[in-house]
Ligand binder design. Structure first.
Ligand SMILES: Nc1ncnc2c1ncn2[C@@H]1O[C@H](COP(=O)(O)OP(=O)(O)OP(=O)(O)O)[C@@H](O)[C@H]1O
Ligand SMILES: [Mg+2]
Length: 461
């Protein structure tokens, strides 16, 4: 362990340093408070041992600062003048131990060994937790790539808040999946999740869908109708394809976001709505602003927290994980696997339709798998012209280096005989002995492998 030892009594410092270093630890020694505080930040010790009384504010200040920087780091306080009050205060501040001078160095070394064991267990656990989290993803969103891990990190932080989230990504990258995850991880999880695509409907229909209308608001409005904003009350409202929202509606949306109230078409008074907004865009919304197709003020309202989902071709490391995830879901308990060559081809395919395309490919191959225990390469993307050649080269590569066993054994036999002859200086009797075969068999093998002259010549060389 890397240990910071803050102690102004030279003899104690020297003997304790020797004992700790003797046990394989690394010790940084300082003799006053200011240097101790400095080392806390600069040398990032894994454990701190500090005297209470030393020049400057003393060990209590070192303890407090260490807890601020890294609450898990163990701090041992050492003192010549132990008092119950001080011991209580030390423990309250989170000291791992409180030791009175004089102490046996071995006792401190043993203490440090315990810290080291605990730390290595904790590190191991943290590693396992990370792997597990990566494999399981959150809320059914899978991804081990750095980009997705970052998305998960932000997702965890922002989901429990009411902050507006803008999810950006190409078609099929999982924008809606993420929006649903945000909802499930928020205090609104029990409330409604209402989604609407701004691209699917013509402007007037979209408006009445969003805001609802009163009876008689327009010719066909025979009954009053609640809009989607109202339906999302108490929950999350997912505005899909926000980049396609008509300018006229953008003004109205801005009002909703500012005032948190909506007005049904033909209504006298506005109604309050309590919604959390998540919007999705296929292109950077900035681009739409610069094209004059998106209001800048609305852009700022929406772009509070941005989650960017990279296209699948930029995180090919996620492909096997996602493929396995979809396979496990769709195979429903059947023992079904993806052959190595198929996986290699999947990783190389550019996935223009991103995760959705991969999901469909696996689904198709599973449904065509019949009684087989492996998916067939040609079932995955039968309609894509690139797939055939990708698949063929993947198969070729997967097979590369694998040769018929007879051929391999034959070659190996020849090398072994050559070595035996070389080792015995060409004495066939001894060579046969080394090889554990009779002289007669060796004779035949030498002839078979064409080693007659050559073997002896090499042996003599
Ligand atoms: N990281 C992921 N882990 C697991 N499933 C995912 C992931 N990303 C996407 N999916 C799945 O892929 C499919 C497509 O995702 P989704 O509908 O969220 O994409 P989208 O970005 O909204 O696409 P579009 O822009 O076309 O609407 C869904 O079935 C979704 O569950
Ligand atoms: Mg979508």
């Amino acid at each position: 362990m890397r240990i910071l030892l803050a102690e102004d009594e030279v003899t104690i410092a020297v003997t304790l340093t020797d004992a700790l270093e003797g046990a394989g630890h690394e010790v940084v020694h300082v003799a006053d408070t200011a240097s101790a505080l400095e080392q806390l930040a600069s040398s990032k010790p894994e454990c701190v041992i500090t005297d209470i009384r030393m020049p400057g504010a003393g060990g209590m200040a070192v303890l407090a600062r260490s807890k601020e920087l890294d609450p898990a780091r163990p701090v041992v306080l050492v003192t010549g003048f132990a008092t119950v009050d001080q011991a209580v205060e030390a423990m309250r501040l989170g000291a791992a131990n409180y030791v009175q001078k004089p102490f046996r160095n071995e006792a401190i070394v043993a203490m440090v060994e315990t810290f080291a064991r605990v730390k290595s267990l904790e590190d191991e656990n943290a590693g396992l937790r990370r792997e597990l989290a990566a494999a399981q993803g959150i809320e059914g969103v899978v991804g081990a790539s750095l980009a997705m891990q970052q998305v998960f990190g932000r997702l965890r932080t922002v989901a429990p808040t009411d902050a507006t989230v803008l999810v950006q990504g190409e078609s099929g990258t999982g924008k809606e999946r993420i929006a649903r995850a945000i909802h499930s991880l928020s205090p609104r999880a029990k409330g409604p999740f209402v989604a609407i695509s701004c691209a699917a409907l013509p402007e007037t229909l979209l408006e009445s869908e969003l805001f609802g209308h009163e009876k008689g608001a327009f010719t066909d409005a025979r009954k009053e109708r609640r809009g989607r904003f109202e339906m999302a009350h108490g929950g999350t409202f997912f505005l899909d394809d926000i980049d396609d929202m008509p300018l006229a509606l953008q003004v109205k949306l801005l009002r909703v976001l500012q005032e948190r109230e909506i007005e049904r078409l033909g209504a006298e008074a506005p109604v309050e709505v309590d919604i959390r907004v998540v919007a999705a865009t296929k292109v950077p919304l900035r681009l739409r602003v610069s094209e004059g197709r998106f209001r800048e003020d609305l852009f700022y309202r929406l772009d509070v927290v941005r989650l960017v989902l990279p296209p699948l071709r930029e995180r090919t490391g996620d492909v096997p994980l996602l493929a396995q995830h979809f396979l496990a879901r769709q195979a429903a308990g059947r023992a079904l696997s993806i052959p190595r060559a198929a996986m290699a081809a999947l990783e190389r395919y550019p996935w223009p339709g991103n995760v959705r395309e991969l999901e469909h490919a696996v689904l198709r191959a599973v449904s065509l798998s019949g009684e087989r225990t492996e998916l067939a390469l040609e079932d995955l993307l039968p309609d894509d012209p690139r797939w055939k050649s990708l698949a063929e080269s993947a198969v070729r590569e997967a097979n590369e280096g694998v040769r018929p066993l007879r051929e391999v054994l034959h070659e190996r036999e020849r090398t072994e005989i050559q070595r035996a002859l070389a080792a015995t200086g060409g004495a066939r009797m001894k060579a046969a002995e080394l090889l554990g075969i009779s002289r007669k068999v060796l004779w035949e093998k030498i002839k078979e492998h064409g080693l007659g002259e050559e073997g002896e010549a090499e042996a003599q060389a």
